[in-house]
Structure formats: structure tokens, C-alpha cells
Design a protein around this ligand. Structure first.
Ligand code: NAD
Ligand code: MG
Length: 396
């Protein structure tokens, strides 16, 4: 390696952002933290800026910029604001690698900007790809971006597909991909208890420590629904080629089955620093701070089919993928609104998926030609989800 890579982290104060900084800090010769962003937690961002001394920091609002500026003083870090600031760091000519770790649709524009600037793009923000799949993948192809999946399942599939950077699965002799899922915290909870689970219970994932939105998505299994769509766009897998397998230990991160019957799996401790390190150093391998897998200590690995009655979100994921066009953007937006309402205790847990299904039933999927189509579908689904939530609250 000739010189260190300049890294921009979109969503630096989140779970993925902090894990990325942890891995990068283990290799100061390889990686330089060039830009960091945060939406809230300006104190946390200030600490990160003082430690990593990035050239740029991006915040959402002018008042936050003032607060950060007074913490940092006149130093090395220039402070930028809002979506324009995020897009500026994503596409900055000196940035080699962008970690897209903003949660939700807010990450779409800066993540797309990184693709359009032809960057090495580490994709954690699955919502961006789910919403705008064909537009996103076209930008990656046209601008020769290198898209590397951070989601542990997709990173595992990528590792089980040597030499795969684009194309489709058939061309690589693949029969199907097996997407593992822990089943979240409510896999075995009595069905009648599901109605009254709290946000803190939903966010207490058995194997992973993650942000609150993705934790709720894991509890409803909407996370796996989004990942089915993500696998379609990343690997060209058809809905029939994507099978979800419940695997409560989260040790096998996913598998690829080939035409000759071989099944290749990627295993490891459930620690996001492994896929992050894999993508940061790709195609080399580096130390990630993750301990050895103690298979004898774990003793057994279990697998089971998913329970579609308990987790109707899975069915909605396949439905959105098959409907195509704007349908995945509708699914994603309705989910974001419903999850936010659940986290604010305005919606019961089981109503999350009910709201999404009602919004999908009301919407007519349209072809996705431009980003406007995505944003229109997103806005319409958000409006309808808010109405559905109000109507449910009025009934209680
Ligand atoms: P998080 O909530 O811990 O962090 C989110 C980050 O995004 C924070 O830095 C926050 O400031 C920033 N952010 C939030 N809203 C924003 C907005 N409107 N504008 C700009 N920035 C905003 O989330 P996370 O768990 O780190 O997840 C980040 C992404 O990675 C999600 O898309 C998630 O699905 C994906 N992912 C996470 C994990 C995991 O283990 N945490 C695993 C796989 C995929
Ligand atoms: Mg995942």
C-alpha cells in the first residue's frame, strides 16, 4: 500500500460509525479519518474530532455548528452543515473511502453522492439501497464505484462469492443464497405478550448491540425483509434464490449454495468490526480486534425455518421485491414512520407491521426512473403511515 486511505464516515456517532473508528484506529498507517458526521450528540462528535482530527465535520444545523466550533476552537477541522455538507464530504476529491452509516432514508442522498463520485463505498445504510435499488446500482456501474457490503449477512455472502464484484448469481454457478437471521429478542416470546412489549425490550437484541431503529427492525424481522431486497440488488438474486434461515446463535453470518451442491458459509463472532475490517482493507485482511471463534465453547449451531405468522414483515419484504418499482421505497418509508412511533410509545409493537401492510395496500407501485420517483413514493408513504397511526390511536 502506497499511502494511507482517506476515510469519510457518514453517521460517525452511531454503532457502525464508532466500530469503524475502532478498526481504523488500529491501523493509523493505513487509514486517515478525513471527515465525520453526526445528527445529534454533538458532544460525542466533538470528542471524536479532538481524537481523530478530521479535515471536516458535518452537523445538521447551524446552532450545532456553533456549539461544535466553540468546543473545537480554531483547529484543523472545518465544520459543514446539512445535506449539502454530507454530499460534499462524500464526493470530496481527497476521499478514498466512504462509510455510509447514517440510519434510514436520510442517508440516501450522501450515499448516492459517494457512488456518483466513484468512491470505494462501504454500505451499512441498507435503506438507501432498498429505496433506490436500480438508480443506486446504475450509479455504481456508471461511475465505477466499488460497492462493499457491511451488513454482516451480505458481507458474508460477498466473502462466499470469490471474485464477485458485479453480475448475477447464475453466472457464478450459484443456486441460492441462505440469509441467516437470529430471530431477534421475540423469537420465542408468547404471542399474547408481543402486543405489550416495550421499546427497551425490543432493543435488547440477544447477539448484537445496534442503533434503536435497526434493533426494532430485528425484533419485527423487517430488518431481514430489507436484507432480502438488499441481497437482490447487491448480488442479482431473484426472490426465489433468497432463502431466510433462522440461526439463533448468529455465528454463521450467511451462506451461498452452488449448483454442485456445495454450501459455503462465513462464520465468526457476532461483531461488526469483522465485516467493517474486511471492507476497509479489501482485498487484504487486517486485525479487527475480534477474538477467535470458540466453536467448542459454543457447542452447537441451530437452524430452523422462519415463522411467517409471527413475523409477517418477512412476507412484506418478498412482496415489495416482487412488486418492484416504488414498492420497496413505500415499504421502507412506512416502516421508518411506524418504528419511530413505536419508539415514542405511540404505536404498539404488533401494529408496526400492520401499518406498513395498510400503506402498501393503499399504494400503487410505479416504475422507478428517477430519484424524484423514489422521493415521491417515500413522501406519500410517510403521509399515509402517519394517517394510519393517528387512526389507530383514535380507536384505542
Ligand atoms: P445508529 O442509530 O447507532 O447511528 C446512526 C448514525 O446516523 C448516527 O451517527 C446519527 O447521528 C446519524 N443520523 C441519524 N439520523 C440522521 C439524519 N437525519 N441525518 C444525518 N445523520 C443522521 O445506527 P447504526 O446501528 O449504526 O446503523 C446505521 C446503519 O447501518 C443503518 O442503516 C443500519 O441498518 C445499518 N446496519 C447496522 C448494523 C449494526 O450492527 N448497528 C448492522 C448492519 C447494518
Ligand atoms: Mg444484517
Amino acid at each position: 500500500m502506497n499511502r494511507s486511505q482517506n476515510i469519510a464516515i457518514l453517521g460517525a456517532t452511531g454503532s457502525i460509525g464508532l466500530n469503524t473508528l475502532d478498526v481504523a484506529a488500529r491501523h493509523p498507517q493505513r487509514f486517515r479519518i478525513f471527515a465525520l458526521s453526526a445528527n445529534e450528540r454533538i458532544d460525542a462528535l466533538a470528542e471524536l474530532c479532538l481524537r481523530h482530527k478530521p479535515r471536516f465535520a458535518v452537523v445538521a444545523l447551524a446552532a450545532q455548528a456553533d456549539a461544535l466550533g466553540s468546543r473545537l476552537g480554531a483547529g484543523v477541522t472545518e465544520i459543514l452543515i446539512g445535506q449539502a455538507g454530507l454530499e460534499q464530504i462524500s464526493a470530496h476529491p481527497e476521499v478514498d473511502c466512504v462509510m455510509a452509516a447514517i440510519v434510514g432514508a436520510a442517508g440516501l442522498a450522501p450515499t448516492l453522492a459517494a457512488a456518483r463520485a466513484g468512491k470505494k463505498l462501504l454500505l451499512a445504510n441498507k435503506e438507501a439501497l432498498v429505496m433506490a435499488g436500480p438508480i443506486f446500482m446504475e450509479a455504481v456501474r456508471t461511475h465505477h464505484a466499488t460497492l462493499l457490503p457491511i451488513d454482516s449477512e451480505h458481507n458474508a455472502i460477498f466473502q462466499c462469492l470469490p471474485n464477485f464484484l458485479s453480475g448475477d448469481l447464475d453466472g457464478h454457478g450459484v443456486r441460492r443464497v441462505l440469509l441467516t437471521a437470529s430471530g431477534g429478542p421475540f423469537r420465542e416470546l408468547a404471542l399474547e405478550r408481543l402486543q405489550s412489549v416495550t421499546p427497551d425490550e425490543a432493543c435488547a437484541h440477544p447477539n448484537w448491540v445496534m442503533g434503536r431503529k435497526i434493533s426494532v427492525d430485528s425484533a419485527t424481522m423487517m430488518n431481514k425483509a430489507l436484507e432480502i431486497i438488499e441481497a437482490h440488488w447487491l448480488f442479482g438474486a431473484t426472490p426465489e434464490q433468497i432463502q431466510v434461515v433462522i440461526h439463533p446463535q448468529s455465528v454463521v453470518h450467511s451462506m451461498v449454495e452452488y449448483a454442485d451442491g456445495s454450501v459455503i458459509a462465513q462464520l465468526g463472532n457476532p461483531d461488526m468490526r469483522t465485516p467493517i475490517a474486511h471492507a476497509l482493507a479489501y482485498p487484504e485482511r487486517i486485525e479487527a480486534g475480534v477474538g477467535s471463534l470458540d466453536l467448542s465453547g459454543i457447542g452447537r449451531l441451530d437452524f430452523a425455518p422462519p415463522d411467517y405468522a409471527r413475523f409477517p414483515a418477512l412476507r412484506l419484504g418478498y412482496r415489495a421485491l416482487k412488486e418492484g418499482g416504488t414498492s420497496p421505497a413505500t415499504l421502507n418509508a412506512a416502516n421508518e414512520v411506524a418504528v419511530a412511533a413505536f419508539l415514542e410509545r405511540r404505536l404498539p409493537f404488533l401494529a408496526i407491521t400492520a401499518v406498513i401492510e395498510a400503506v402498501m395496500n393503499d399504494s400503487c407501485p410505479r416504475p422507478l426512473a428517477t430519484l424524484h420517483d423514489v422521493l415521491d413514493a417515500d413522501a406519500a408513504a410517510r403521509r399515509n403511515a402517519a394517517l394510519q397511526i393517528d387512526a389507530m390511536a383514535a380507536k384505542v
